[in-house]
Design a protein around this ligand. Structure first.
Ligand code: RNT
Ligand code: ZN
Length: 421
């Protein structure tokens, strides 16, 4: 049987349970997912020589990481070709591209420092998302940025946030796609603090100042991302879950951003998505795979990933949730890591779109938990792989063969980078 024949059979079986797989495929093709540039170089960026610091960490030293904008862009192009689906590109401020020996510190960044990225995105018909970089910089004082008691430190980082609002608006105007701008800092304490409120009040006021930078809310969508703890910041996190959620609730136009690596291991973001959708018109996500802690492993097609996608789809919220990937594994081929993670989230969304949610909800409302269990289990045995293969074909890629291409690229391009030192 050919792939097309297998799909025709699968389509019929899904039709019997009330699912239109063609409609599911066409829908998913229009939904953008933000691809993070930082998987390609272990979150290093181009504006500093030092290591990654500030509460996040990559582990592993697999050869071949991108060292220049040119290399990173070439790697991203490989990923775009091998990962089916609509993309936005997610940049960090530390990926500014300086030309002819010019340099601007983070508080002095301007749109022109991202011109090359804008050209890159426009040529590929992608929108851009943005993140101020509040880490890996010598102005992080005693582990603090926006919540620092030191006025000069705080002012520097507020300046950075404001510069990023202006750059985000430039992205949106250039690409014609709104820019999601996410504020995350690693601010916190390694050991038991004596004051938990002071830093939070300063943090609130600092973010308020950043958001006061003039911008068109239809073009720039600021978010605040929470966290539970970080490496070296184990005892206290200023931007905790309650802080971020309350901030977003109290400031119109600011979205709460949930990273599913940023909660206690028994909490699940799949359950938090509908809770937030009951109140917020729009929310944002960082999709990752935490293993025992915020480890940022590559996203897989696993239970919780599928459950998160299911919640977004059955809440009819694909247009209300800004979805971005956020992981960084330095221990395996980075292109492969990117592609596996992007494909996993696409699979989860497509599988969710191929689920007869209305029928299942009816069973719940009728308190027919017996039938609900049976139907949900049956769903797992549907011929989803044939629908996935069709989706890949319609996106101009294929469900298999991509890894061989990654291996070729590794031999021809990535391995040479290592030899050159
Ligand atoms: C860190 C946060 C944050 C970063 C990126 C690089 O714990 O998840 O989103 O991963 O900004
Ligand atoms: Zn994140």
């Amino acid at each position: 049987m050919t792939g097309t024949e297998r799909y025709a059979e699968a389509r019929e079986r899904y039709a019997k349970i009330g699912v239109d797989t063609d409609a599911a495929i066409e829908k998913l093709k229009e939904i953008p997912v933000s691809l993070h540039c930082w998987q390609g170089d272990d979150v290093m960026g181009f504006d500093h020589d030092g290591p990654l610091t500030g509460g996040i960490q990559t582990t592993g030293d697999y050869p071949g990481k991108a060292r220049t904008p040119k290399e990173l862009m070439a790697d991203i192009d490989k990923v775009l070709a091998l990962a089916p689906g609509k993309k936005k590109l997610n940049l960090h401020a530390s990926y500014a591209i300086f030309e002819d020996g010019e340099f601007a510190d983070r508080d002095k960044l301007e749109p022109k420092h991202f011109k090359k990225w804008v050209e890159f995105a426009k040529e590929r018909n992608m929108g851009l998302d943005f993140n101020p970089t509040f880490f890996s910089h010598d102005k992080v004082k005693d582990g603090l940025t926006l919540s620092s008691p030191d006025e000069e430190t705080r002012r520097f980082w507020i300046g950075h946030g404001k510069a990023c609002i202006r750059i985000s608006e430039y992205f949106a105007k250039e690409t014609g796609v709104p820019c999601v701008m996410n504020i995350w800092t690693g601010d916190g304490a390694k050991d038991i603090p004596a004051d938990r409120l002071g830093p939070r009040v300063r943090y609130r006021e600092a973010i308020e100042e950043i958001l006061a930078e003039p911008h068109d809310p239809a073009l720039v969508k600021p978010c605040v991302e929470s966290k539970v703890f970080g490496i070296g910041v184990e005892s206290y996190t200023v931007g905790s879950a309650e802080f971020a959620l309350s901030f977003a609730a109290a400031h119109e136009g600011c979205l709460p951003l949930m990273d599913n690596g940023h909660y206690h291991p028994t909490e699940v973001v799949s359950d938090k998505i509908p809770a937030l959708l009951a109140f917020f018109p729009e929310i944002a996500l960082h999709i990752t795979r935490p293993v025992r802690w915020d480890s940022d492993h590559v996203v897989l097609y696993d239970d919780e990933t599928r459950e998160m996608a299911k919640e977004i789809v059955r809440c009819d919220a694909l247009e209300r949730v800004d979805m971005a990937l956020d992981y960084f594994d330095a221990g395996i081929n980075r292109i492969s890591a990117w592609v596996v993670g992007f494909r996993s989230w696409q699979k989860a969304l497509l599988a969710a779109l191929c689920t007869p949610h209305a029928e299942l909800k009816k069973l719940q409302d009728a308190a027919d938990w017996t039938a609900l269990m049976v139907r949900q289990e049956e769903q797992k045995m549907m011929p989803f792989c044939d629908v996935w293969a069709e989706y890949c074909r319609r996106c101009g890629t294929s469900e298999d063969g991509w890894f061989e291409e990654v291996k070729r690229y590794e031999a021809q391009v990535l391995a040479k980078r290592t030899q050159e030192g």
